[in-house]
Ligand binder design. Structure first.
Ligand code: HEM
Length: 427
């Protein structure tokens, strides 16, 4: 990576960097690259992917996230050449609600999710999450080996999310598979077409469910979305409702999988800290926030500038794309003491792993309960797990999500506890 940073205060010359956030070099050295950008170029332009600003400093990232009027999330689907290209880079040409809407329309869909995913409702899901985790563990603890991603960190969030939406739990793989594939297949990659076809089929199934629940609501989240009305009293447009349910599935699945998989790997590499968490599980809530900060499951989200604006000493023109680097911002020494150190009891911890402002992750509370419960169950039942690092497979591209495809592990076999898979989601 090269950087060219003009004198501070010179708004006529742009700071430029070379950054391919989907490339293997970024995947392998993202901490080092992020630290370099924070130190030298907290706001800089790269020519990659048609050109975008990359914002790495904590302060400018938060400033942009909170100014949704200037840094818009909107994607214009009516004109592929329009500058408004949403939150992915490169853009994903699919309706993404509420993430790629700006207020006031964003608010209409967001408020439907706030209640069901509130801190209180998320805490109420704990017994359901624990039962799902225990049932997944029961499938392999007696064998002394498992793929921690395929057998645990992938199915648990998928089953929990489907349960909250009111969808058949047995269908989890039909949804988690395509989302997994799409997440690590950037547009133009060899598996992109396969991923888009699989997601298309998934969205068709979700669409059929929304239509069925609109006709006969059952009180679950899909029914709430399907029967919601706008300020004009009319039912909300079907395509937007289906996209909202689709984003809950997509948001709920791969992100939490990535977080817990990386946390398990980090604890494997740091056995004294693993022992500390085993001895004191009360540390898990602060540890999970620190895993979110340091391991950064979601690394980037983009915006489009709606007018000329200055950010971090750089002049951004109307219509330019702006990529917000959450992973880098979480490593900014101006915001965090010794940022590259993992401190499991760090508090306060104002990380931006969930973003900030009106689009801050609506599933943040649920994700944290899921991560705490999963880690708690794993550390109690297979505390001595050993990861086969040669066989563990990370996503080929970080792009947006820093995930694992598979993570084989061995451990001392322990008896199953007889946990049954729940028949349906928690109310
Ligand atoms: C570790 C887990 C998770 C991480 C790191 C994460 C990260 C994020 C981030 C960074 C955003 C902001 C996007 C932006 O500013 O453009 C976001 C939005 C969102 N997330 Fe999450 N997420 C996680 C889990 C979840 C879960 C469990 C759900 C649902 C069950 C979910 C659903 C959503 C939705 C619907 C949005 C869009 C919110 C809006 O635009 O108002 N996420 N997430």
């Amino acid at each position: 990576m090269q950087a060219d940073h003009p004198d501070a205060g010179d708004l006529t010359a742009r700071a430029t960097i070379e950054l391919d956030h989907h490339g293997a070099d970024y995947r392998d050295r993202w901490q080092e690259i992020s630290d370099g950008n924070v130190a030298r170029c907290p706001v800089a332009h790269t020519a990659a992917y048609g050109g975008t600003w990359v914002v790495s400093g904590y302060e400018p990232v938060v400033e942009a996230l909170r100014d949704h009027g200037v840094f818009s999330s909107y994607q214009d689907h009516t004109d592929p050449d329009a500058p408004m290209r949403g939150t992915s880079n490169p853009p994903i040409p699919a309706l993404n609600v509420p993430q790629e809407l700006d207020p006031p329309l964003h608010t209409v869909y967001r408020r439907l999710l706030n209640g069901p995913l509130s801190p209180e409702q998320s805490r109420r899901q704990e017994p359901f999450i624990r039962q799902v985790t225990a049932a997944c563990l029961d499938r392999f603890t007696e064998q002394g080996r498992a793929d921690l991603v395929a057998d645990l960190t992938n199915p648990v969030p998928a089953i929990v999310t489907l349960g909250i939406l009111g969808m058949p739990l047995a269908d989890w793989a039909k949804y988690a598979g395509p989302i997994h594939l799409l997440t690590y297949s950037p547009p133009g990659s060899p598996t992109w077409d396969e991923a888009m076809a699989a997601v298309g089929e998934m969205m068709a199934a979700l669409g059929a469910l929304v239509v069925a629940r609109r006709a006969e609501p059952t009180g679950d989240l899909v029914s709430v979305l399907a029967t919601a009305r706008g300020d004009d009293g009319e039912l909300l447009p079907l395509d937007h409702v289906i996209a909202t349910a689709g984003l809950v599935v997509a948001g709920g699945v791969d992100t939490t999988t990535a977080l817990v998989s990386h946390a398990l790997h980090w604890l494997y590499r740091n056995p004294a800290e693993r022992d500390r968490l085993i001895a004191d599980p009360n540390l898990l809530p602060t540890a999970v926030d620190e895993f979110l900060r340091v391991l950064a499951p979601v690394q980037f989200m983009s915006r489009t500038a709606t007018r000329d604006v200055e950010l971090g000493g750089q002049r951004i023109a109307a219509g330019e794309r702006v990529m917000l680097a959450f992973a880098a911002a979480n490593r900014d020494p101006a915001a965090f003491d010794c940022p590259s150190e993992m401190r499991l009891d760090r508090s306060p911890n104002r990380h931006v792993a969930f973003g900030s402002g009106v689009h801050r992750c609506v599933g943040a509370h649920l994700a944290k309960v899921e991560a705490v419960v999963m880690l708690d169950e794993i550390l109690r039942r297979i505390p001595d797990y050993v990861i086969d690092e040669d066989a563990a497979l990370r996503y080929p591209s970080i792009g947006a999500i820093n995930g694992y495809i598979g993570m084989p592990a061995t451990f001392t076999p322990t008896p199953a506890v007889g946990a049954a898979f729940p028949a349906s989601g928690a109310a």
